[in-house]
Structures are given as structure tokens and as C-alpha cells.
Design a protein around this ligand. Structure first.
Ligand code: ZN
Length: 222
């Protein structure tokens, strides 16, 4: 699956997950590029954070403006007039769900990867520990991978190193890759735009903090 002779394109938002994926890719591929897709997120700061991490990692950084995604349907990530769901409603997806986002992201990534003759695409989606977004599931990624290959007559491989990892295990992976401090201090996961540990009370911060505590406790017990 991994080939040190090949290149990879990493979808990078500057958050914990995609930053861990960036360093995972640097370990497994000869050359790595990052692609940061913007779609009217609440915080332009995300782009700045992603660029800084990519620059410090010594990899090319590219931004793609996909603001049109935010114009297609309302959700609380792109519309600041909507109050963000703190947890998943019982019968639907939380309003942080951006319908179609990962399918569009993977399509944009594949088109750009192809232009650089890159066939490996890395994304930080995870089925294990999330709010149950349908486009974070393994079955979706496999289906999208097949579709992209058929659409462009290519042999793309979509890598999802975090697919089956809990948040605590994602911290452990950052530690194994010797980038725990970078991920801890330089990434932006918080929905309220606070770098590192974040605001402490939004859903992303709660998940990140709980995972970090679980990871740190497991290290103490070794
Ligand atoms: Zn927060």
C-alpha cells in the first residue's frame, strides 16, 4: 500500500487529523504536497495555520477556493447565523455536517493530484470517533476511490490512516511520528478559531481534549 518511491497529495486543513496525516505521508512517501480547500469556513485563520505547518514541514502548499460549497446549502460551519449543534441530534446529522463536502474535496484533490502525476491521496477522515458523518465512512471512501478511477481512467489510491483510530489513538500516532508537540501546539481544530487546546467547549475541542487525556493517561500507565 505504501511506497516510498511515490508521491502523495494530502488534504490539509491545519487541524489535528490532517496534520497527523501530513506527517504520516512524509514518512511513507518520497514527495508530499498539501492541498487546503476553503469553503467559507468561519475562520480564514485555518488557511494561515495550514500554510505555516506545511512550510515548516518543507512541503508545497496549495489553496483551492471552493466557496461555492457554502452557497449550496446552509450549515453551521459556513453560516455564522446558525447556532452550532453541540451534539448529534437523535434523528439526523448535526448542523456542522456539510452535505457532499468530502466527495467534492476528493474530486478536487484527484484532479489536482493528476495534474502533478500523483496517484496517492491522503485524507484524515475517521469512522471510529466522529459524529457519524456519512462521508467519513470507509464504505464511502472506497466507493469514491472507485468512482474517481473510473471518472479519470486512473489508479488513484485514497489513503485514510485515521479511519479506524479513536482520537486517543490519533494522538498516539502523532507521538509515534515524533510530532506530538507540533500537533498539540500548532494545529487548529476548534470551531471558535482558537489554536492548540482551543476554546475548550465547542464539540471539536471536547473531542480533542478527551482524546488527549485518554492518550496521556495511557502513556502514564505504560
Ligand atoms: Zn473550541
Amino acid at each position: 500500500m505504501k511506497n516510498k518511491k511515490e508521491s502523495a497529495l494530502v488534504l490539509h486543513s491545519g487541524g489535528q487529523d490532517s496534520t497527523t496525516c501530513l506527517f504520516w505521508a512524509l514518512k511513507h512517501f518520497k514527495e508530499v504536497r498539501t492541498l487546503c480547500i476553503t469553503y467559507g469556513q468561519r475562520h480564514a485563520l485555518e488557511v494561515e495555520v495550514a500554510q505555516k505547518i506545511a512550510t515548516e514541514a518543507g512541503v508545497p502548499f496549495q489553496v483551492l477556493d471552493a466557496t461555492l460549497i457554502s452557497k449550496l446549502a446552509d450549515n453551521s460551519l459556513t453560516n455564522s447565523n446558525i447556532t452550532m449543534d453541540q451534539e448529534k441530534p437523535a434523528d439526523s446529522y448535526p448542523n456542522t455536517f456539510v452535505p457532499g463536502r468530502n466527495l467534492l474535496f476528493l474530486t478536487f484533490a484527484a484532479v489536482i493530484a493528476r495534474s502533478y502525476s500523483i496517484r496517492n491521496i491522503v485524507t484524515g477522515v475517521s469512522q471510529a470517533d466522529y459524529s457519524g458523518y456519512p462521508d467519513c465512512r470507509d464504505t464511502f471512501i472506497r466507493s469514491a476511490n472507485t468512482t474517481l478511477n473510473l471518472a479519470m481512467d486512473e489508479q488513484f489510491i485514497v489513503h485514510t490512516p485515521l479511519m479506524w483510530l479513536t482520537k486517543a489513538e490519533t494522538w498516539a500516532l502523532a507521538n509515534e511520528l515524533s510530532v506530538l508537540d507540533i500537533v498539540k501546539n500548532n494545529t487548529l481544530t476548534c470551531y471558535n478559531g482558537v489554536i492548540a487546546a482551543g476554546c475548550g467547549h465547542c464539540p471539536a475541542c471536547t473531542l480533542r481534549q478527551a482524546g488527549l487525556e485518554e492518550f496521556e493517561n495511557s502513556m502514564r500507565n505504560v
